[in-house]
Design a binder for this molecule. Sequence first.
Ligand SMILES: *Cc1c(COP(=O)(O)O)cnc(C)c1O
Length: 864
Amino acid sequence: MMLPAPGFEGFEKRLEVEFSPASAACSPRGLRNMPRAKIDELLTLAECTIVSQLSNELFDSYVLSESSLFIHPFKLVIKTCGTTALLKAVPTLLKHAAELDLKEHRVKYTRGTFNFPAVQPYPHGSFAQEIEFLEQHFGHLGAGGKAYVLGAPDQFPNWHVYEAASSGNQAGAEPTFTLEMCMQKLDSTKAAQFFKAAGFADAKAMTVASGIDTILPGSEIDAFDFEPCGYSMNGIENRAFSTIHITPEDAFSYASFEASGYAPQEQSPHEMVQKVLGVFNPGRFSLALSADGKVGAAGAGAWGVSPAFAGYVCDGTIRQEMAFGAALVFHTFKAVGSAPAEVEVCVPEPLFADREVEKLYALAAKKRAAFAKEKLQKLHGGSGDLWEALAPLGDEVATAVASFKPTLASVGSPRDVDKYAQNFIKQNGQEAPFMMFDLGMVARLYDAWTTTMPRVEPFYAVKCNGDPALLAVLAALGANFDCASLAEMQAVAAAGVGPERIIYANPCKLESHLRHAVSTGVKLTVFDAEDELYKIKKVHPGAELLLRIRADDVGAQCPLGSKYGAEFDECEPLLRVAKRLGLSCVGVSFHVGSGAASAQSFVEAIKAAKLVFEMAEGLGMPKMKVLDIGGGLSVGGKLTFSAAGAAINKALEKFFPEEEGVKVIAEPGRYFAEAPATLAALVFGRRLRGLRHAHTKANEYYINDGVYGSMNCLLYDHATISARPLRVSGGLRLLDEKMYRSTVFGPTCDGLDQVLTDVWLPKLEVGDWLLFPNMGAYTLAAGTSFNGFATSDIKTHYLWSEGDRLPFGEEEPGSDSDSHFGDAAMDSSDTGSDGGEFQSEGEAAKEESDETASLSGSDDDAYY
Ligand SMILES: *Cc1c(COP(=O)(O)O)cnc(C)c1O
């Protein structure tokens, strides 16, 4: 590499331009059709050349004499260092793109602060000059370009960003995540590996010896070594790329790392950074994380998880919103002493905020609280018989459930649920929708929990489903409880649960509810804000507190991080306040989001919690002793329970080894409540449009529960639901019955009240029923009585299934045979059978065990 005085500029200039087809004639290969001669022409203008090339089906990567170039069909990314004149290539690039029928629609230019600005050529003489040049070529996009300098004036480096984008339709575009590190003052032994004199045969050997090949082990690497020193590489992996450039000379040593196109759940950014730091040991570095494109609900907090790195202190952090929902976070770090005790943490603002989700959640929580109270009052009204089938659980349960009157049937498989429903409907001329809750399955889920994660004590989150029988059964099994309000604490107490088994896990509590906690002896609670500490000091000074930290799973069904959880940099100040007030801070809690998608989110969160434990110790506070890993788990979701359990156990062993005596608890809601419940709803109206116009229209059915009732989970819980038909009114149905595209509406007059869209169902009669499985979480708890259809009128029938059947595919093949019916109300001479299994696409996994039961059964397949 050329070394102009006074030193070589390591900091790259990076330009990213996105294009769209200007006409239908444009080739899908887009920019990739640009002939090599034209690419060379561009690079000559920028003052660099290609030294190596690598491609896959999706894009081309070039290592340049000064950094890298990536050409995708509709996007070009070029990075050049030193005194190159990158922007000079812009006019010609736009001209060549136009020849390929491409039109630019977005541009982003970024760079760090130059070490040697005086030697930069035009138009890189200053940021102002660069902006002026960029505006000439991209100022016509949208409302014109925007430029930012991120970082305090005394901070080095600052991050310079220019972007412009046309206001064209970006919706649906997947966000692209990019991580860029600029490292200085490299460890001299590490840097020495990138001199030819170090004796490595070639760039490939340098890649392996330095450990660069372990950073993204799945990528194909194209590496190049320079004379007499210096190293560049591009890595490509599917749609993602990475690149490293090293200037190892001691006086101005520099290395950069970039990874772009990886989804955060595929590659933990934190882990990537840690590996890169391991390769270079820089004295200081900057980290820019950005997400371009529509991040939406899925992005909340995505990359905000614990950017704390052992041996470094973060001395600056800033977040900038960009056009179209994109965002960028920029941090600078410097090395501190190498003793592990000096780990310092700094977690900045999360990368994304999602106000929409936050709004929905506030609304849903309000409704849930009001409804739970109403429902509990209703159910406690009756005086009931002893619940015989609960006898195996002991007297405690029987006593606890004696205060209300359940209907109980004993069933053995999902088909028995169908049979039970069919009999009940026939014998009672049933019209109203009803819920069937399998408490036997709850017991087996509890068993599965304690076997999978023996160290983790479950505190069932009552808000998920406050059904008193569910609470009673869980209490009898030995579960503890997470309550968020006064009514929930009362409901749990009514199930015979003492205060020591309750965590009041609402980070932001009403004073009157907190007084109730004091008077009933509930001590364990959580906080995430300074004002909450003053409230607790005033009302409940003897409380035992967990600091709730933010730790989001980007893919969770319902993210919670925008509402609750202290950011990492807030933790230390909060702990100091708690200490000053003499409050007892006994541990840390988090909730990665309900319906978590990745086990890694738990691992990251447990790691972050460990740092807070250390932080408290560093402040001279008594050793913390409780870790609360929150809720989020489900059965039948993307993330399997056994995979999550294994990852959690491993992380606990690593960060909270058993011998240290930290008590680990969790707050599962969905895990216990979702799968055991099946809802039955009546088809009371139809329009058979799909019979005549199968290609354009769907059959339409109207059922007596909908999104204002138990199916509010479609709105508030971001749920997907499925249904199987249940024939009660007669008519022969064969398994190969013709299926039609169908839409199912709820009973209210609102057009929003639509339950299933475009699913495949056989032709249904008015008077047939639909059964909806997995309806126990965040359903009855939040319905309304809108339009006169009261959710609180939906009665729950308690079933008790025997055998080994679990909702996550561990079903005993012969489980059908051990079904038995203990309930006198069941007419066992009835020849009715189940109604077959149909479901919307996407629910296949959730319903797998049901499906297997239906299709492999030896029972009659034709009936009625
Ligand atoms: C809602 C909630 C839970 C339960 O979450 P699931 O995803 O249903 O397991 C647990 N803890 C707290 C603090 C909650 O708000």
